[in-house]
Design a protein around this ligand. Structure first.
Ligand code: PFF
Length: 463
């Protein structure tokens, strides 16, 4: 069967940026900045995203483009292009890890995107009724109800499935064309509004001026432990934010033709992703500071602190509604990409239609989310160690299984097929690749990325 391709380079950039820009940027990034000392986290994140994230993303997109097929077959196809034969185990292990991550991450992701949708509706209600319906207990009420959370989660699954059924070009690409520019406009508007708020300077200083002590440069000398901790947190966030860890980048790359200049497209994607994270920081942190709250609140920063801040501001209900629409749109385009990772694999390997694959995945997603919620709301006594399934699976995928997939694919790219990956990057490029670039790329895939991933992996294991 002929491989479908994106309609245009811009469509590809918007769809992939749509995958990258999600809860990771708008929900997670601001609270990570808040709890990791502000400006120095931003600086470290920037270095990680540009120094390593960009190259890995580029490599994975090229891997997918060279393969032009699903992830299970992709390993063997690209190896063959490199005049090598590899064991089918590479493909099966890679595919199994990718699918496992798709199922577990979508299960967790749907819970949070469900909260977001609930807040959009509630925010709209506040705005039009003129009454503040969001109070400090709203979040705990929502998160203790199994039925409410499942309801909002299923609604998100239905919306995502409806888009996915329409396919890559008519579904994902077309919707990204509408939603992503909308998201950028909303984000800029909000950031400007907050910028002119009295007292916002403190939040902006916190975000942009590095506090060197939090980076390990103390008056007593350099603290390696502090530095390493910050580095690993920032690196993990960069991997997550750039959608690595479940074959999504590979699949989006496999829908690319040889005409696209991959390097320039990747620069746009990393640039947009980083830009949105910074903008989200510029919205959340100054608002929180201006109202005397602490930014190190953790995950509840967006759902508890921020609504309280907005409710005290003039025009706050408009801002609140905008913020949750923003969060919802960002998360929706990411969830679509996670689904596409699973759907394309199921279509190819189970030889079923797109509709059946989407419905199958949606069904599995509802069951997994239901189980996660039953544990989270204590409806059932399902625990992993001391944690409920929501926290445990979030940690398991974020800290282990996604990294394992990235490590696995990177080792393959670096040691088995690096020549073809680098050749593929040159296709469609206007300029020739420099010798330095080729060397750095190969060195990154072979040594730098695996070493960092390994340290990341082992260090969380011992924490
Ligand atoms: N990059 C997304 C975010 O920042 O929210 C999360 C994500 C999407 C991770 C797709 C992995 C993935 F394959």
């Amino acid at each position: 069967m002929k491989r479908i391709h994106w309609g245009s380079k811009l469509g590809f950039i918007l769809a992939t940026a749509g995958s990258a820009i999600g809860l990771g940027n708008i929900w997670r990034f601001p609270y990570l900045v808040g709890s990791n000392g502000g400006g120095c986290f931003l600086l470290m994140y920037f270095l990680c995203a540009i120094g390593l994230g960009y190259f890995l993303l580029l490599g994975k997109l090229a891997f997918g483009r060279a393969a032009q097929t699903n992830i299970v077959d992709g390993f063997a196809v690209v190896a063959q292009k490199n005049n090598k034969t590899v064991s089918p185990l590479w493909g099966w292990i890679g595919g199994a890890l990718a699918m496992l991550n798709v199922l577990l991450v979508s299960g967790v992701y749907v819970v949070v995107i469900g909260w977001t949708l609930a807040y959009v509706i509630l925010g709209g209600h506040c705005l039009f009724s003129g009454v503040n319906l969001i109070h400090s207990q709203t979040f705990s009420q929502l998160t203790s109800s199994f039925g409410m959370q499942l309801f909002w989660g299923i609604l998100c699954i239905v919306i995502t499935s409806a888009v996915l059924i329409r396919g890559v070009k008519k579904g994902i690409e077309r919707l990204s064309f509408i939603l992503m520019p909308f998201l950028f406009v909303l984000l800029l508007f909000m950031a400007l509004w907050i910028f002119f708020l009295p007292g916002s300077e403190r939040g902006l200083t916190f975000l942009f001026v590095p506090n060197w002590e939090a980076m390990g440069f103390t008056t007593n000398g350099f603290d390696v432990g502090v530095f390493a901790d910050l580095f690993l947190t920032a690196m993990g966030q960069a991997f997550y934010s750039l959608s690595m860890g479940m074959g999504v980048v590979f699949i989006y790359g496999s829908y690319l033709s040889d005409k696209t200049d991959l390097k320039s497209a990747t620069k746009w994607i990393v640039g947009l992703d980083t830009f949105v994270a910074i903008m989200a920081g510029m919205i959340v942190l100054p608002a929180v500071f201006a109202f005397g709250l602490t930014p190190a609140e953790g995950p509840s920063l967006s759902f508890v602190s921020l609504p309280m801040v907005f409710s005290q501001m003039s025009g706050g209900s408009v801002l609140m509604l905008m913020f949750f629409i923003l969060l919802f749109v960002a998360a929706l385009t990411s969830l679509m990409s996670i689904y596409e990772g699973g759907v394309s694999l199921m279509m190819d390997k189970l030889k079923i239609s797109r509709v059946k694959a989407v419905l199958g995945l949606a069904g599995a997603n509802i069951v997994i989310t239901g189980i996660i919620l039953a544990s989270f709301t204590k409806k059932m006594n399902l625990m992993m160690g001391k944690q409920d399934l929501f926290s445990a699976l979030d940690a398991l995928t974020g800290k282990y299984t996604m990294l394992l997939f990235v490590l696995f694919a990177t080792l393959f790219m670096g040691w088995v097929v690096s020549t073809d990956i680098i050749r593929n990057i040159s296709q469609g490029a206007i300029k020739q690749q420099s010798k330095f670039f080729k060397r750095y790329m190969r060195f990154t895939l072979r040594f730098i990325a695996p070493a960092i991933l390994l340290v990341l992996f082992v260090s969380t294991l011992f924490k």
